[in-house]
Design a protein around this ligand. Structure first.
Ligand SMILES: [Mn+2]
Length: 309
């Protein structure tokens, strides 16, 4: 596996409550770098990015919160991801609220386009984050990154004139959803995004849902960006998030997804989003996110002779 590059994105401007800016430091305190080194990887930490300066950004929807700040972070993250995406490294973006994915996915998509390969996105989240800047009613921009990634209209010039390289909505899978607003539901259906909600997980298990998606990525010779929102998990297991929804993925379901992703060898970039250390219980959620990342990077209980994928 290529060397891992950790990128701190201390962003809280996209969330409805404060605290996510402490996320990158919580991952450092919880030993993310050390855990990955212990698994045999070469790891460097670029430190925390700085917001790009932004002037004259505006939008007709008056409820949007912190538009200039979110735009500044999007531009900084887009530039970093577009750069790292064409290098032989594996970027791990330590958020920050999920608005970081406005920039990370756009940047990875730009790099994928430069390589002439399709980008696939696995969105592990209680929500679909499929609002445009026009449809959001809360104005919290962490509810919009997947719609932006898929090239939907209704966004201002977040990339400062640089081209958008939309991800084909057919290449996206949302897993773990259990809270989708009516506007988002309409948009998801209109764009034919694959949504695997918690009921589907209950009925068939995560493995049966993840496996065919990975087969599609492999068949298309795609790059795979994984965006892991803390609220994918059951809140009793992972309390440090501002948008808890009961009935989330269990500890083992989440690890199994990560283990299958590792076995596939297909993942090329990762977001760790929405950790709010202010809401954590003695670092428990930060440690769990580090452990899940460890499973994605090859931690295993026992070597299995046949690949599960
Ligand atoms: Mn999210």
């Amino acid at each position: 596996m290529p060397p891992i590059v950790l990128v701190g994105a201390p962003v809280e401007a996209g969330a409805g409550r404060r605290g996510c800016l402490m996320g990158p430091d919580a991952y450092r305190t919880a030993g993310l770098k050390e855990a990955l080194i212990q698994l045999g990887h070469s790891v460097s930490d670029l430190g925390n990015l700085k917001m790009a300066p932004v002037q004259d950004i505006s939008h007709s929807n008056p409820v949007l919160k912190n538009l200039a700040e979110v735009t500044g972070w999007t531009r900084a993250l887009h530039a970093t991801a577009a750069d790292l995406g064409v290098k032989p490294v594996f970027p791990v973006y330590m958020g920050g609220d999920h608005s970081i994915a406005l920039g990370t996915v756009a940047g990875q998509a730009s790099a994928a386009a430069a390589k002439g390969r399709p980008l696939f996105v696995l969105w592990l989240d209680a929500h679909s984050d499929f609002h445009s800047f026009e449809t959001t009613e809360s104005g919290n921009l962490h509810g919009t990154p997947l719609a932006f990634a898929c090239g939907l209209p209704g966004f201002p010039d977040l990339l400062n004139g640089l081209p958008r390289h939309p991800v084909d909505p057919a290449n996206v899978m949302i897993l773990g959803a259990r809270s989708i607003d009516p506007h988002e539901r309409d948009l998801l259906l209109a764009h034919d995004v694959s949504v695997c909600d918690m009921r589907m997980i209950d009925e068939s298990g995560v493995a049966a849902l993840v496996k065919p998606f990975l087969e599609r990525v492999r068949a298309a010779d795609g790059l795979l960006h994984v965006s892991l929102d803390v609220d994918f998990l059951e809140p009793e297991t992972a309390p440090a998030v501002g948008t808890t929804v009961p009935g989330g993925a269990t500890f083992r379901e989440a690890h199994l997804v990560m283990e299958m992703l590792h076995d596939s060898g297909l993942v090329t970039s990762l977001d760790l989003a929405e950790l709010n250390p202010f809401l954590d219980d003695r670092g428990r959620t930060a440690r769990l996110m580090v452990d899940l990342t460890g499973s994605l990077f090859g931690r295993r209980v026992f070597d299995r002779p046949t690949r599960s994928f």
